[in-house]
Every structure is written in C-alpha cells, then in structure tokens.
Design a protein around this ligand. Structure first.
Ligand code: HH2
Length: 255
C-alpha cells in the first residue's frame, strides 16, 4: 500500500503533494513502482495534529480518489469521518482505512452498505494527545482484544469477514517499547484469521533505531516492512514503494 497524503502537515511528506494534481501524479507513480493499493488521506494523524474540518478534508481527498480510481487504481481512503468515507466510496474507492477503527457514528453502516473493504486500526487516545503518556498494563492483549472487538462490531454491522483487515497502529499512542512488543506479536495477531496491515514507514521508531532524520529513513523502513511481512503482515503501508517491493521480491525468491 502506497501512501498518498493530500495534506500540508503530514509528518514525512507534508505539503509535498497538497495540490491534488501533484497527489494524483504521485499516486500513479507509486502504482507504477508496484503499489497494489493507493491510500489517500487528507487529515494528518501525526502526534499533536489538529483535526481537519469536513469540508476541507472532502476538498482535499475526493478529486484525488476519483482520478486514481478512474485510472484503474485500487484506492483506499484514510479517514475517520463517515461523510468522507461515503463520498470517497461514491468517487470509486474500494477500501476504507480508519485509524479510529470505525468508532465514529455511521462509519460501520457506511462500509457495510457499500460492501467495501475495512481496515481497522488500534489507537490509544486521539492524534492530538496520544503520544503524551501512552500507557498499557499489557499492550499485546489490550490491542488484540480491541481489534477483535472492532472486527466483531464490523461483522455484526454487516461487513463480510473477508473484507476486514486489522492493524495494531504502530506509533498511535505507543512508546518504542510498545511498538516493539506489538511488532513481535504480529504472528499471533495474524493467527486470528484476519489479514494484518503494518504501518511503520519513516516513523519515529525507525528514527530512534537508526538516528536518521525523517527523509533519511528509507533503508530502516524497508527493513521493518520486510520483517513485518516475514512476521505475518499481509499488507504494508509505505511511502517508499519501489525499494520495499524490491526487498520483498528478493526475499520471496531467496527464502
Ligand atoms: N499511519 C499513518 C496514517 N495512517 N493507517 C493505518 N492503517 N496504519 C498506520 O500505521 C497509519 C495509517 C501515519 O503516517 P502518514 O500518513 O505518513 O502521516 P500523517 O498521519 O502525518 O499524514
């Protein structure tokens, strides 16, 4: 899954593709590099980020979803708002990626009625405050129980089991130690029977391990994506599609 951020403030590429035409061009380039899914988002969820108004999010996201879908790309929309989900579905998106795991009113109903895919991610708190003091008694069962509860809620609301993807939400209300514990838990999470998505690309954890600035984390991110796949992730959400696809292809041949 290639990241297409139509935002002025995303943590790694904020402002670079804020103009819809540039975002569309970027998305098509990521597809050419081997992304199977293009994840279009109009609201940064970086720690400390302020929420974006509905009108503004729609204005950013919908033209990009529409153009990429028209070009035949498989598009997901990265949003927490049911109105954006609905408009993106009408514009051709096939998957909804919700870092809030469909807890907002009408979001389960929206994906169920449309028959689209649903990616439910774990987040402790909200982006504005989530990194201030993340706390768990035992992170793995708490995240796993949450995700299984959200999967049950989606299924109870009419989303087919085969359309649900779960994501432990690296960096969303987690310390580095929480991220490490969840990374090692990926095989057990995958064993619950839902495909698992891992998003670690360029995140702070990679910077902590390598000492690199955000735009110098490609090698670290590729290593983490490859390990995530080896640990059972079926989807990896990445900014650097080409090197990630190369690494996974080489691993698949040589393993
Ligand atoms: N991470 C980000 C955004 N959306 N969705 C899922 N399912 N999993 C993730 O780990 C995830 C996500 C954060 O990355 P990015 O989009 O680059 O940054 P920002 O939120 O600042 O736009």
């Amino acid at each position: 899954m290639g990241v297409v951020n139509v935002t002025p403030n995303s943590f790694s590429d904020g402002g670079r593709y804020a103009d819809p035409a540039r975002a569309i061009e970027h998305g098509l380039a990521l597809r050419d590099e081997g992304a199977d899914i293009l994840d279009v988002g109009g609201e940064s969820t970086r720690p400390g980020a302020e929420p974006v108004a509905l009108d503004e999010e729609l204005r950013r996201v919908i033209p990009v979803v529409e153009a990429l879908a028209k070009d035949g790309a498989l598009v997901s929309v990265d949003t927490m708002k049911s109105e954006v989900m609905q408009a993106a579905i009408e514009a051709g998106c096939a998957i909804v990626n919700d870092v809030n795991a469909f807890r907002a009113p009408r979001s389960v109903e929206t994906v169920a009625a449309a028959g689209v895919g649903a990616i439910a991610m774990h987040m402790q708190g909200s982006p504005r405050t989530m990194q201030q003091a993340p706390h768990y008694d035992d992170v793995e069962p708490e995240v796993t129980d949450f995700l299984r509860e959200r999967a049950r809620a989606l299924e109870a609301g009419g989303v087919a089991r085969g359309r649900i993807v779960l994501d432990p939400g690296f960096g969303f209300g987690k310390t580095v130690d929480h991220n490490k514990a969840l990374f090692r838990a990926l095989p057990r999470l995958a064993a619950h029977g839902y495909p698992v998505l891992a998003g670690v690309s360029r995140k702070k954890m990679i910077g902590d391990f390598t000492g690199r600035a955000i735009d110098d984390r490609v090698a670290g991110s590729v290593a983490a994506a490859l390990l995530a796949v080896q640990n059972g992730a079926r989807l990896v959400r990445v900014h650097d599609v080409k090197p990630t696809v190369d690494a996974i292809n080489v691993w698949m041949e040589l393993r």
